[in-house]
Unconditional design. Structure first.
Length: 316
C-alpha cells in the first residue's frame, strides 16, 4: 500500500531547502522549516513569491503556499509530526552524523529521513545509528532548483531498507519529481559526476584558449544541451549510429572516440590560471545581477519542460 504523505520537515533553508519548501507546499503538504538564519521569515516569503509563477505554470495550486509553510522553533518541533524529513545542511560528515542521530531520535518511527547531500553517501554518516534507524535514511539528491528540475537521485545506504527505497520513490513521484534509484553508493552519485567530468574538460578548453566561457556555453546550449535534454547520451549515441544503432557507433566511430578520451585535458591547479578563469567568467556574466540570471535560467528551463510535456502528449 502506498503511504500517505501529509507533512514534511525541511531542515536547512538555503537555496535548495527553500526550493523544496515551495515544491512540497505546492503539492498540498504541510511544511515545517527549521534553520538558524535570522532572516528565515523573509527568505521564505521571497522564495515562495519567486517560485509561485513557475509552479503555477506547471499546473499546481499556489493560492495559499504561505499558509502551508510554518517556521519551527527548532529541529525537534519541525520533525515531530513529519512523514518525510528533507535535510539540506552543510556537506560535512560530522555535521550530518550528529544531525541524523537527532532526526532518528525525534522524528516519528514511520518518517523517511532524506538528505539532499550532493556528494556524500549516507552510509558515511549513519554508522553510529541502530539498524532500524539507518533503515529509513537515504539520499534524495535534487538538482537546483528542485521545484523545477525533475530529477531526484535516490541513493540507499548499506543498511537502508527496501521498503524505504520504495516509499522514497512513491514520495518523490507524488510531488512531481522523477526519482532514479542508484544501485551502488559512489561519491558524487551520478549527476554530479557527469557534470564534473564535463566541467573539467570545459575548464581545460578555456584555459587552453580554445574558446571563452561564453562561447563554450553557446556550444553546449546550441548542441549537446538540446540533444541531451530530449534523449540523453546513450540514446543520442544509439541514434547517432543510424539504423545500425549503438553497435554501429561503437564499431565504426568508437576507436576514434577512445583516442579522444586519452587526449582529454586536465585543468591547471595553479592559482594564477584559476584566477584568470574566474576573471573570464566574471567578464562574461558578472555584470548581470544574480536574481536576473537565475530568473532567466528558470524561465528557459520551464520552457524546455513545457515543450517536452507537449511533445509527450502528442506522442500519446
Amino acid at each position: 500500500m502506498t503511504r500517505a504523505f501529509r507533512t514534511a520537515a525541511v531542515i536547512g533553508a538555503g537555496t535548495i531547502g527553500l526550493s523544496w519548501t515551495a515544491l512540497f507546499a505546492a503539492h498540498g503538504l504541510t511544511v515545517r522549516v527549521s534553520d538558524p538564519r535570522p532572516d528565515l521569515a523573509e527568505a521564505l516569503d521571497e522564495a515562495l513569491a519567486q517560485s509561485a509563477p513557475h509552479l503555477a505554470a506547471r499546473g499546481l495550486d499556489v493560492t495559499d503556499l504561505a499558509g502551508r509553510v510554518h517556521i519551527a522553533a527548532d529541529v525537534t518541533e519541525a520533525v515531530r509530526d513529519a512523514d518525510v524529513v528533507q535535510e539540506n545542511g552543510p556537506e560535512r560528515v560530522e555535521f550530518k552524523r550528529d544531525l541524523f542521530a537527532g532526526l532518528a531520535r525525534e522524528a516519528p518511527g514511520h518518517a523517511l529521513l532524506f538528505s539532499s547531500s550532493s556528494a556524500t553517501p549516507s552510509t558515511e554518516f549513519t554508522k553510529d545509528l541502530a539498524d532500524e534507524e539507518a533503515a529509513r535514511v537515504l539520499i534524495g539528491h535534487p538538482f537546483n532548483p528542485p521545484h523545477l528540475i525533475p530529477l531526484v537521485e535516490v541513493v540507499p545506504g548499506e543498511r537502508t531498507g527496501e521498503d524505504a527505497v520504495k516509499a522514497a520513490v512513491d514520495f518523490y513521484t507524488s510531488v512531481g519529481r522523477t526519482p532514479v534509484v542508484e544501485r551502488k553508493e559512489i561519491p558524487g552519485f551520478v549527476g554530479n559526476r557527469l557534470q564534473n567530468a564535463l566541467t573539467r574538460e570545459a575548464v581545460y578548453l578555456v584555459e587552453q584558449g580554445v574558446v571563452t566561457p561564453e562561447e563554450l556555453d553557446a556550444v553546449m546550449t546550441n548542441s549537446l544541451g538540446l540533444r541531451w535534454a530530449t534523449v540523453g547520451p546513450f540514446l543520442g549515441s544509439h541514434l547517432g549510429g543510424g539504423p545500425g544503432g549503438y553497435r554501429h557507433m561503437a564499431e565504426h566511430i568508437g576507436a576514434s572516440m577512445k583516442r579522444m578520451w586519452a587526449d582529454l585535458g586536465t585543468p591547471s591547479q595553479q592559482e594564477e590560471q584559476q584566477e584568470r578563469l574566474i576573471a573570464a567568467v566574471e567578464q562574461a556574466y558578472g555584470s548581470a545581477p544574480y536574481t536576473q540570471l537565475t530568473e532567466t535560467r528558470d524561465r528557459r528551463q520551464l520552457a524546455v519542460l513545457s515543450a517536452l510535456d507537449s511533445a509527450d502528449k502528442e506522442e500519446n
